[in-house]
Structure formats: C-alpha cells, structure tokens
Design a protein around this ligand. Structure first.
Ligand SMILES: Cc1ncc(C[n+]2csc(CCOP(=O)(O)OP(=O)(O)O)c2C)c(N)n1
Ligand SMILES: CC(=O)[C@@H](O)[C@H](O)COP(=O)(O)O
Ligand SMILES: [Mg+2]
Length: 630
C-alpha cells in the first residue's frame, strides 16, 4: 500500500529538506484532504485550494513558527493547518469543539494571528515587525493578503506606514482576481493589468542585468557610477504602485509553481526593507467544479465530490432572499432606491437586485466604512440607499454610522443580515453585538420581525421613515410563510401582544418569538399562565404595550439571540427603571463571552434560548407560583 505522505508531516520542519517532486506530491495530498473534508463539513474550499502551493512554499522557505506567518482573514489557510500538525483533527473542521474554520492562537503556535474579518493582516504584521525591531529580535514577518482584502482602507493605512518605515516585512499578495464574487474597483483593475504584464518583471530583470554589468571602480568614481545607476533605474524602469509606496516588488509569480515560489520567497528574505511578492493563484485550483464556479465554492456547505453538486435539503427562501426580493418590488415603485453591498452580493442576495437594477446597485468591495458614508452621501443627494450588510461586518463602519449617517439623521436603511448566531463561522462572525452598539446612537430606529412576513412589512415601513433604520434578520431559511406583494402595512414602532399571561410574560425579539410561543404551550400544560409579546422594535420601544404588559403580569422574561450586555433586554431594563416598574424582569440572551463555532440550535439550547430552555428557566428560576397553585 502506498504511504500517506501527510502522515510524514507533523510540522513544517519535516518537509524542509524535501525535493520539489516530493512537495508536489504533498500538494496533491493536501488538495485531496481539503476536498474530501469540506465535502462533508462545508467550508472555505475555494480559497484554500488556491493557496496549497503557497502554504507549502512559505513553510518551506521560512523558519516558522519563529518567523511569523500571518494569514489575512484565515479562510484560505486549510493547507497551513494541515502542515502544522492538524491533519488528524482536520475532519472536525468547523464542527462544535473541532478545528476552527479560521486561525486560532489556542489551536496552534503556528497561528500567530487570529482573524475572520478581512484586511487586518498588514497592520498586524507591521505591529509585529515594530515589536521585533524595538526588542532587537531577529525573525521574519510575512503577511499573506488577498486581492479582495486589498480593497479595504485598512490595508492601505497599513501600507502607508509600512512603506515609510523601511522595516523588514514581506507582504504576499495572493491575487486570484476574486473576492467572494469577482473582485471590484480601480485597484482590482490595476492588479489585473500588473498580472497580465509579466513583461514587467522580464524587462525589469533585463534592465537590471544591464545596469549591473556596468563595471564600477573604487573611490569617488564608484560613487558617481552608483548614483548614475540609481538615476537610470528610475528613468528606465517603470515603477508600480507598490514600489512608489516604498516596497520592493517581486512578481507576478505563478502561485502554483513550487520552485518559483520557493526561490522568490527565499530571495525576498535577503532584501532590506518591505517587500511585495505578487503571487497569481486560481481560486478552487485542482478541483474542477470549484475552478469553474469559484463564487459558489467560496464557502459552500457539504457537496458531492463527483458532480460538484451541493447537498441541500429543499428549503424555503432565505431571509436574505426575502429582503432582496422585497427591495426589488419596492424599487420598481420608488426610483430613488439604490442598493449597496460591501463585497457580499451573493451572501446578502443583493445579486438578485443587481440583475434587475444594475445601475442602482453598488458593490464597493470590502469597504464597509466607505459603504456607510457613501450611503450617507447618496441620501444627501436625494436617493434612498439600502446597505445590506452582515451584522458582524457593520462593526467596521461604526464611526460612519454615528458620525455620517445618524448625526445628520439621514434616511439610510441598513439591512442587518446574519443578525444572531451564525453557526460554523464562529466567534468572529456572530451577529450578536449590533443592538448594543446601535441603540446608543441617536436617531436610529432598530427593528427585527418574528418572521419573513414581518421582515417584508418592516422594510416597507422603513421607506416612510425620515430617520436611519436598522432592520435585523437572521442567517438561513425563513419559515416558508405565504408572502404577499405588497405586504400589509404594520404600525411603525409597535409590538404585538400575542398571548396574555398572569404568571410571566415572555417579551421576545425576532424569530425567538416562536420559541417563546412553543415554551408557552409546554408551560400552560403544567399550569403556568404565560404571556408572549413579539417586541418587533428595539428602538423606539413600544412603551405603551410594555406598560400594559407590566400591569397584567407578575414577571417578565426578555428573550433575544444577542449579547445580553447592552442588548434588547437592557433596553427594557432601562425603560422599566425610568418608569419605576416594580415587576421583576429577567433577561435571557447570550453571555458576555465570544461564542465559538457550532450549530445555532446547539447554542440556543446551551444558553436556554429555545423553547425547552425558556420553559426550564420559567420552571427553575423565575420566582413564580403557578396560577393553578394559588
Ligand atoms: C470586513 C470583512 N468584510 C467582508 C468579509 C467577507 N469576506 C470573507 S472572504 C472575502 C473575500 C476575500 O477576498 P480575498 O482577500 O481576495 O481572498 P480570497 O478569498 O480570494 O482568497 C470576503 C468579502 C470579511 N471577512 N471581512
Ligand atoms: C470568510 C467570510 O467571512 C465569509 O466567507 C463568510 O464565511 C460568509 O458567511 P456566510 O456563509 O454566512 O455567507
Ligand atoms: Mg482574492
């Protein structure tokens, strides 16, 4: 039986003496494991197949983990995981208590930087390089960043500092001309030009050879000639943007050619100052369906390897689809509506909007801060911008929400997608902070419907609001309800008293309303008299409804799939405190800790936010007496 080459690799040290042929075999084995595993677990297969050779070459050429290797985002680092002692655990990828889909410092000493959000690698690398220099240590710092991540301002802020500093730092640009969707923007076009001009490197090499062949002598003649060579360099050689910023540029290099990669990376080590190594890779390389459909294979769920078909149950439309379809219907009537995404046209389903209204759709790249202020500008100009953004990524644009949108009280609609737990992406991606960080800001109104019908109604209602509005909706499938076009209107700012109950009233936000109703069913059978309110609004709170509830019930349990600190329950507490409500209020939400990868259902159960958990809470710790026992 043929030996499994991956069994030989317990750490990168094991491959450092290998021949290119052996390394190529290793690359093939890594690809096979990545395909076979992600076919079961789902995950970021496309990006990770694209960096197999790069990961091998980096660990081969550098002395990791002493040399610090930073992967931007970390979704493309499966080969890095497999090379750094995690082959046997790889089957647990993105599963509860298993390997993270991103890099984690607690998982490996080779994971020197944790991320999940894009474009942090260069700032982190600069920090590490400065720390090294200040502490007079000797190790290399290498950051791998994608072309998509280079659309973010943060990356440029870092380059601005790195280029000036002249510190030793290698920036590997992993250019596959893809973000999740095809990459966008002027810089992406620039990279395309740079990529399609291998003549650049050749010509540069030839000119450099020519200049180097000019003999130099000692003393002042030497100095003069050196100076002349310098001037000639600048006059004859075109300088690209990286060079203008102070980096030495190597590229473009075939990112699937191991010997080229290794020799360039080795060369880069001996260069003084910051270096860019521009590597051209193919997303999904080595697995045809992923090469052909790179967008779909960016981060799919399980799939069938042979056919490349996704294994999906038939499901009702997702919340994102309902949001986008409703927006399309509204945009047909209101020509002022425009839609914005920050590199997530597929995830937010705004790609549906793009198909119908290509001129009223904007993908600004991984640039959430810009997207928010761009929306503010559009609003000032008389348009009605809708920025659909994952809750977690809106964190990037917080100052812009406060300073540019809310401060000017502009009618920007934020479609806050993936609000709540997200499952396999884990801690960096949970959408569980937006209520806390948004509700402190004046003018903004925040709502979350219990289902897709209410999402439609709320989006429709947001159109009439003269203020910023944040509409939250979760990841995944809706309840499959019958949707009307146009939806029947609801009264803005009102909740819904679904059931009256004297012992306790559960005031729930979003789809957890259905868990509250199910808990009520259980508890009523046990003699508790349980009420349920669908809060719908976090801001403004429906205080009239809450006042009426407090007059009728012995206790209130607030329920939300959001951090308990500063969330919806806190809003109720603040109001109750001001209104001098004496009814005890208990808050159920997510604890003050980062919540790892694992299914949403698992965590809802763990934190007693599902029907069973809510019923347990009522039985165990609410200071209640069943009405039946009184
Ligand atoms: C701040 C932020 N916005 C959006 C995303 C979602 N996202 C994850 S990967 C990705 C594409 C990144 O493209 P690139 O850096 O070129 O890496 P590739 O996947 O092509 O290897 C995007 C938009 C994110 N992780 N972080
Ligand atoms: C790495 C990253 O940030 C995205 O690829 C994210 O994983 C997408 O999440 P969804 O699967 O919820 O669209
Ligand atoms: Mg890319």
């Amino acid at each position: 039986m043929e030996e499994n080459i991956l069994e030989l690799v317990r750490s990168p040290e094991d491959i450092r003496g290998w021949s290119v042929l052996q390394l190529e075999k290793l690359a093939a084995a890594l690809r096979q494991v990545i395909i076979e595993t992600t076919a079961q677990t789902g995950g970021h297969i496309g990006a990770s197949l694209g960096t197999v050779e790069l990961a091998i070459a980096l660990h081969y050429a550098y002395n990791t983990p002493t040399d610090q290797l930073i992967w931007d985002i970390g979704h493309q680092a499966y080969a890095h995981k497999l090379l750094t002692g995690r082959y046997h655990a790889f089957g647990t990828l993105r599963q509860l208590n298993g390997l993270s889909g991103f890099l984690k410092r607690r998982e490996s000493e080779y994971d020197v930087w944790e991320a999940g959000h894009a474009s942090t690698a260069l700032s982190a690398a600069m920090g590490m390089a400065m720390a090294r220099d200040l502490r007079k240590q000797r190790y290399q710092v290498v950051a791998v960043i994608g072309d998509g991540a280079l659309t973010a301002g943060m990356a440029w802020e870092a380059m601005n500092q790195i280029g000036q500093s002249k510190t030793n730092l290698v920036m590997v640009v992993n250019d596959n001309s893809m973000s999740i969707a095809p990459n966008v923007g002027a810089f992406s076009h620039y990279l395309t030009e740079l990529r399609s001009a291998p003549a650049y490197t050749r010509m540069k090499q030839e000119v450099e050879q020519l200049l180097d062949s000019v003999p130099v002598f000692g003393g002042s003649i030497r100095k003069t000639l050196e100076k002349t060579k310098d001037v000639l360099h600048h006059a004859v050689l075109p300088r690209n943007v990286f060079e203008e910023l102070g980096f030495k540029y190597y590229g473009p290099i075939d990112g699937h050619n191991l010997s080229d990669l290794i020799s360039v990376l080795r060369n880069a080590q001996s260069v003084e100052g910051p270096v860019v190594v521009h590597v051209i890779t193919q997303k999904g390389h080595g697995y045809l369906p992923a090469e052909q459909r790179p967008g779909e294979f960016h981060g799919p769920g399980p799939f069938e390897i042979q056919s490349g078909q996704f294994i999906k149950k038939r499901q009702p439309p997702s919340y994102s689809e309902v949001f986008s379809q409703t927006l399309i219907d509204m945009a047909r009537v209101h020509p002022e509506i425009v839609a914005i995404t920050a590199a997530m046209p597929d995830g937010t389903k705004l790609d549906m909007f793009q198909k119908v209204f290509p001129d009223r759709f904007f993908d600004v790249g991984i640039a959430e801060q810009h997207a928010v202020t761009f929306a503010a500008g559009l609003a000032v100009g008389g348009m009605r911008p809708v920025f659909a953004v994952y809750s977690t990524f809106l964190q990037r644009g917080y100052d812009q929400v406060i300073h540019d949108v809310c401060h000017q009280d502009l009618p920007v609609i934020f479609g806050i997608d993936r609000a709540g737990l997200v499952g396999a992406d884990g801690a960096t991606h949970q959408g569980v902070y937006d209520i806390s960080f948004l509700r402190t800001v004046p003018h903004i109104e925040i709502a979350m419907g219990k289902d897709e019908v209410e999402l439609q109604q709320l989006l429709q209602g947001a159109w009439d609001r003269p203020h910023p509005v944040a509409l939250r909706y979760p990841r995944g499938a809706t309840r499959g309800l019958d949707l009307k076009q146009p939806p029947s209107p609801l009264v803005w700012g009102t909740g819904e008293w679904l059931a009256h109950g004297r012992d306790v009233t559960i005031v729930a936000l979003g789809p957890l309303v259905y868990q509250a109703l199910a808990a009520r069913e259980m508890l009523q059978g046990e003699g508790y008299d349980v009420g349920v309110v669908n809060a719908r609004f976090v801001k403004p709170l429906d205080t009239a409804l809450m006042t009426a509830v407090m007059a009728e019930t012995q206790a209130v349990l607030t329920l939300e799939e959001h951090a308990i600190a500063g969330g919806f329950g806190s809003a109720i507490n603040e109001w109750a405190n001001q209104a001098q409500v004496t009814v005890p209020i208990f808050n159920a939400g997510l604890p003050d800790e980062f919540i790892d990868h694992g299914s949403v259902d698992y965590y809802l159960n763990l934190y007693e936010l599902n029907a069973d958990g809510v019923a347990r809470r009522v039985r165990e710790w609410l200071p209640l007496k069943k009405t039946a026992e009184k």
